[in-house]
Design a binder for this molecule. Structure first.
Ligand SMILES: Cc1ncc(C[n+]2csc(CCOP(=O)(O)OP(=O)(O)O)c2C)c(N)n1
Length: 373
């Protein structure tokens, strides 16, 4: 395995000293090391992977240097547009190093949302004309690959990707954990909200532990899972799935269980919800100020005012709560009609024995569609 410190110091010795991206579980240790060792001008956790590519482009325009963009392979899709229409040699020809966590690598068991993306990860790079190496787990070989990558970038001016398999990096524990002041756990808040919704309501929940905690709540209560659409992939888009349902089923309440990382990733989606103002839509953002599901790296969730954003985007009502009593009061208001946002500020962390959905995505979809009929 590679020590995160070894990897990053090797990149620094090759002149790479600017990092930006969206954290990934396979890159968790290296992302934590970057978070601890680079200031906020040299490590920017971006809203989404496309934004990260553009940030690295801006850094290059300002310095002539090569930035490193880290991401899970799920983020390749977000990055394709700026890679093809900004940094590519047929456009502005801006060099950058990509570090891509390879979830769902063929032959390695992974969750369903990673299977297709895992199959197309290197194919997408090929079709984009981006050279890559699958990073070795041996430090001396990896060091040579880094030299090769940087030489290629310098000679061609093109992007180069290092693709990272599971268990490539050694452990590194994030030191700079900012402990937020909130006491309620996300799971406690999820349970309270799920227990309060009418029996004909639908929940569309976001990627990561929010969906896992909702799934476990239903199981623990002996309930079925047919009312919940667990958006296991497609991070940042749960609010639009919920909008698509809410507009066609005005007789039902539709809840979106969102994360701060996910809602920030595609924040424009909130403007579209606001523009349609569905009276049966309740948007709940469980805001722990972190990408908790992939290692707890910070988001800007606690530096922004989600209530003001929602109001500016024409949500009729928006409140922020952080205690069970406040949440209970806010939930009492969900009985009324009118587009509503509830921001629930929660602490970081999760139960260590948290399971994963045992139903497949297709089973989930079919059960929900039957329920909606
Ligand atoms: C496009 C994309 N980029 C990155 C990921 C990896 N990923 C899965 S969950 C997650 C964090 C979600 O954070 P947030 O929405 O704040 O919810 P939390 O985990 O904190 O509850 C990330 C980055 C992904 N699934 N898709």
């Amino acid at each position: 395995m590679i020590a995160p410190q070894f990897f990053i110091e090797k990149l620094q010795s090759e002149g790479v000293e600017f990092f930006t991206g969206v954290p990934d579980s396979l890159l968790k240790n290296v992302c934590a090391y970057i978070t601890d060792h680079f200031d906020d001008k040299h490590n920017i956790i971006a809203a989404n992977e496309g934004g990260a590519v553009a940030l690295a482009a801006g850094y290059h325009l300002a310095t002539g240097k090569v930035g490193c963009v880290y991401m899970q392979n799920s983020g390749e899709g977000n990055a394709v547009n700026p890679l093809a229409s900004l940094t590519d040699r047929e456009v502005y020809h801006i060099p950058l190093l990509l570090l891509i966590g390879w979830r769902g690598r063929p032959g390695v068991h992974d969750e369903p949302q990673h299977v297709k993306q895992g199959k197309v990860t290197t194919g997408l790079l090929n079709v984009m004309g981006i050279n890559y190496e699958v990073l070795s787990k041996e430090e001396d070989v990896a060091a040579k690959q880094i030299e090769k990558a940087i030489n290629s970038i310098r000679e061609t001016g093109d992007a180069f990707a290092l693709v990272v398999e599971k268990d490539t990096f050694d452990n590194y524990t994030l030191l700079n954990t900012v402990k937020n002041p909130y006491e309620m756990s996300r799971e406690e808040a999820i349970r309270m909200v799920a227990a309060s919704i009418p029996s004909n309501a639908v929940i569309v929940s976001t990627t990561g532990m929010i969906s896992r905690e909702l799934f476990e709540y239903r199981t623990a209560m002996g309930q079925g899972h047919e009312r919940d659409f667990l958006t296991v992939g497609s991070m940042g888009h749960a609010s639009q799935i919920a909008l698509g349902i809410a507009l066609q089923h005005p007789e039902r309440k539709v809840y979106c269980f969102d994360g701060d990382g996910a809602s920030i990733m595609h924040m424009g989606n909130m403007a579209i919800v606001g523009s349609r103002r569905p009276a049966n839509y309740v948007h709940i953002v469980f805001n722990n100020g972190a990408h908790d599901s992939v290692g707890g790296q910070p988001t800007v969730g606690h530096d922004i005012d989600l209530v003001a954003i929602a109001r500016a985007m024409h949500y009729e009502r928006a409140v922020s709560v952080s205690t069970p009593t406040q949440l209970r009061e806010a939930l009492d208001n969900t009985q009324d009609e009118g587009l509503l946002l509830i921001e629930v500020r929660v602490k970081k962390g999760n139960r260590k024995d948290l399971g994963r959905p045992t139903t497949t995505p297709i089973q989930n979809k079919e059960a929900l569609m039957a329920f909606l009929k």
